[in-house]
Design a protein around this ligand. Structure first.
Ligand code: BTN
Length: 328
C-alpha cells in the first residue's frame, strides 16, 4: 500500500521529502501521492506541505493500523511479515492458519478486536475493540525439542515486560511463567500453541494480550486484572507497544538461540520475577506443595525451596503467589 510506504519514509526522515522524490520512488503521479497524503491526513496524521520543499510529518495520531505498525517496525524478521485485522476471531487461530499456508518465521498477526480470544486452560480472553493489544507471532524454531515452547513463552514474557516499561515508563514484573503484573494485578496474558510431531516441531504461535485502555472487567476478573492506563493514569500508545515488543523479542530470541534455553536470559528474567523470595503454593496435576520461590533454572522451570531445604523444579502447573491477585 503506497500510503504505508509514504508514511514509513516520512517517519524515517526528519526533513521534508519532495513530492518529486516520492513520485520517483513509487513510479506514480503527483496526484497519486497527493491522494495518499490526503488519506493519511484524514486518519489524523499532521503532514505539513510546503511548496518547493515537499512533505514533512509533524505529528502522528495514536493510530493502530497496518500503516502505523509497518511504518514503525524496523526489526529484521520479527513482525516483518505483518497481518493486521480490525476484527478477527483469534490472532492465535489466524497465525496457525498462516503457518499451515507456509508463512515465514516471524510472521506477526495483530488485531484491534477479537471475537473469540483464547486464554490458557481453555478460558477465554476479553478482547474489546479500540483499547487493547492482541498479537501473535509465528515461530519456526530449528532443531529443538518440544519443551522449547514453554521457554519461548518466557522469552516473550520478558520481552513484553521490557517493552511496556520502556514505552509506558513504569516497572512491570513477571509472575512465573508468563503473566505480567503491574501494581499486583495482571496486565498481560500469553498463550503459546504448537503443531508438532514427537521429534519435530512444525511451528509455535505465541499470542500476547496486553490490557492497555481503561475498561470494565467482568466481576470475576476485577480483583486480578487491570490495565496500563488505569494504573498509570496516562495514555500509552498501542502501536509503540507492538513496535517495542518486536524489537525486544527479536533481540532476546537471538540470545535464546545461542544456548537453546534460558541461560543467557535468566538474569534479566529473574530481575523481574515477582515470585522470588515469596511463599508460593504449587498445584500441579498430582500434588500440591508450598515453599519459597528462589528463581528459575536454564530450562525455565521455577525453583521452589520447600521446608525441608530441598529445591524442587516446577515444570508446569498453577502457581499461586502470596500477595499476588489477593491469594493467601
Ligand atoms: C492467559 O490466559 O493468560 C493467556 C491469554 C492470551 C491472550 C492472547 S490475545 C492475542 C492472542 N490471541 C488469542 O486468542 N489469545 C492470545
Amino acid at each position: 500500500m503506497m500510503k504505508t510506504e509514504i508514511l514509513t519514509l516520512l517517519r524515517e526522515s526528519d526533513d521534508f521529502i519532495s513530492g518529486q522524490e516520492l513520485c520517483g520512488r513509487f513510479g506514480v503521479s503527483r496526484t497519486a501521492v497527493w491522494k495518499a497524503i490526503g488519506r493519511l491526513k484524514k486518519e489524523g496524521y499532521q503532514i505539513e506541505a510546503v511548496q518547493n520543499r515537499g512533505y514533512r510529518l509533524m505529528n502522528s495520531p495514536d493510530a493502530f493500523s497496518e500503516a502505523e505498525l509497518v511504518s514503525r517496525l524496523h526489526t529484521e524478521w520479527a513482525g516483518k511479515n505483518l497481518y493486521y485485522y480490525e476484527k478477527t476471531d483469534s490472532t492465535n487461530l489466524r497465525a496457525k492458519q498462516l503457518a499451515e499456508e507456509n508463512a515465514p518465521h516471524g510472521t506477526l498477526v495483530v488485531a484491534d478486536m477479537q471475537t473469540a480470544g483464547r486464554g490458557r486452560r481453555g478460558r477465554g480472553w476479553e478482547s474489546p475493540a479500540k483499547t487493547n493489544v492482541y498479537f501473535t507471532i509465528l515461530l519456526r524454531p530449528e532443531d529443538i525439542s518440544a519443551d522449547v515452547i514453554s521457554i519461548l513463552t518466557l522469552v516473550m514474557a520478558l520481552s513484553v515486560s521490557e517493552a511496556i516499561d520502556e514505552t509506558a515508563g513504569t516497572r512491570t514484573d513477571i509472575k512465573w511463567p508468563n503473566d505480567i503484573i503491574l501494581h499486583g494485578k495482571k496486565v498481560v496474558g500469553i498463550l503459546s500453541e504448537m503443531s508438532a510431531e514427537p521429534e519435530y516441531i512444525h511451528y509455535v504461535v505465541t499470542g500476547v494480550g496486553i490490557n492497555v485502555g481503561k475498561q470494565q472487567f467482568s466481576e470475576e476478573l476485577v480483583p486480578k486484572a487491570t490495565s496500563l492506563e488505569a494504573e498509570l493514569g496516562h495514555r500509552v500508545s498501542r502501536a509503540a507497544l507492538v513496535e517495542k515488543a518486536m524489537e525486544r523479542f527479536e533481540a532476546n530470541y537471538e540470545k535464546f538461540r545461542q544456548s537453546g534455553n534460558m541461560g543467557e536470559l535468566k538474569e534479566s528474567y529473574e530481575r523481574r520475577l515477582v515470585n522470588t523470595g515469596r511463599e508460593v503454593r504449587v498445584l500441579d496435576l498430582e500434588h500440591e506443595f508450598s515453599g519459597r520461590a528462589v528463581g528459575i533454572n536454564d530450562e525455565g522451570e521455577l525453583l521452589v525451596r520447600t521446608e525441608d531445604g530441598a529445591v524442587r523444579a516446577v515444570y508446569a502447573g498453577e502457581v499461586s503467589v502470596r500477595g499476588i491477585y489477593g491469594y493467601v
